[in-house]
Design a protein around this ligand. Structure first.
Ligand SMILES: O=P(O)(O)OP(=O)(O)OP(=O)(O)OC[C@H]1O[C@@H](n2cnc3c(O)ncnc32)[C@H](O)[C@@H]1O
Ligand SMILES: [Mg+2]
Length: 213
């Protein structure tokens, strides 16, 4: 990540992710470029069955196209009461090209349907976790570094907060008594699936570079 002239290319079109990667890499002196900087590159079809599979598809396609090392992130929300859904379909839960708000409404309506109209009077609907798979692909030798992170929480029927993105307003963290969207970028980074995966990846990269002398 340090050998492309202070620039790190992340194969994402998600502005929320870009913001989090910029925040994470700025202290390392790295400027993040995203797919918004390479509009000529075609979209990668995310048809893998796992987050890791999709992450590799994205980093490899963009890495090969640019001839540079590329980082990618495939992530999502797994809700226990919905048998792990929406999972790898998180970005398009309410349909292809769905907005965050539409996905959030779909999630709440699916959970309401599960309860079949019964009102338990409490906002916490199901346990859930965010999962993030990171893939760093280097076209020079075809190598891939991977890391995965998760964070446990609850889906709440009472959305709160204006930070973060995606399902963050619905993801309640009991130990903070806040949703993920009520945390600062700093706080989210410390506990999030993405923050955890990033720390792991950075450690793996340092170990690899150490081994290479
Ligand atoms: O594929 P790219 O271009 O990176 O952007 P994307 O938004 O399509 O990203 P994914 O395919 O990885 O889908 C992940 C979805 O899961 C949700 N998600 C992932 N990380 C999240 C987070 O930190 N907070 C809230 N929701 C998140 C959000 O709805 C994302 O759109
Ligand atoms: Mg995607």
């Amino acid at each position: 990540m340090s050998n492309s002239g202070g620039i790190l290319i992340v194969a994402t079109k998600n502005k929320g992710k870009v913001r989090e990667f910029q925040h994470a890499f700025a202290p390392l002196g790295l400027t993040v470029k995203s797919m918004f900087d390479y509009p000529e590159l075609p979209d990668v079809v995310e048809d893998g069955t796992t987050f890791a599979e999709n992450a590799l598809k994205k980093s490899k396609a963009v890495g090969e196209a640019l001839g540079l090392p590329v980082l990618s992130d495939d992530s999502g929300l797994c809700v226990d009461a919905l048998d792990g859904k929406p999972g790898v379909y998180s970005a398009r839960y309410a349909g292809e090209g769905a907005q965050d708000q539409e996905n959030n409404l779909k999630l709440l309506s699916e959970l309401e349907r599960m309860k079949q109209g019964e009102d338990t009077g409490q906002p916490l609907l199901s346990t859930a976790r965010f999962v993030c798979a990171l893939s760093l692909y280097d076209p020079a030798d075809g190598s891939e570094l991977t890391a995965e992170g998760t964070v446990e929480g609850w889906i709440t029927s009472e959305p709160a907060g204006a930070g973060g993105f995606g399902y963050d307003p619905l993801f309640y963290l009991p130990e903070y008594e806040k949703t993920m969207a009520e945390l600062t970028l700093e706080e989210k980074q410390k506990i999030s699936h993405r923050g955890t995966a990033l720390r792991l990846l950075t450690d793996k990269l340092a170990a690899k570079q150490g081994n290479n002398g």
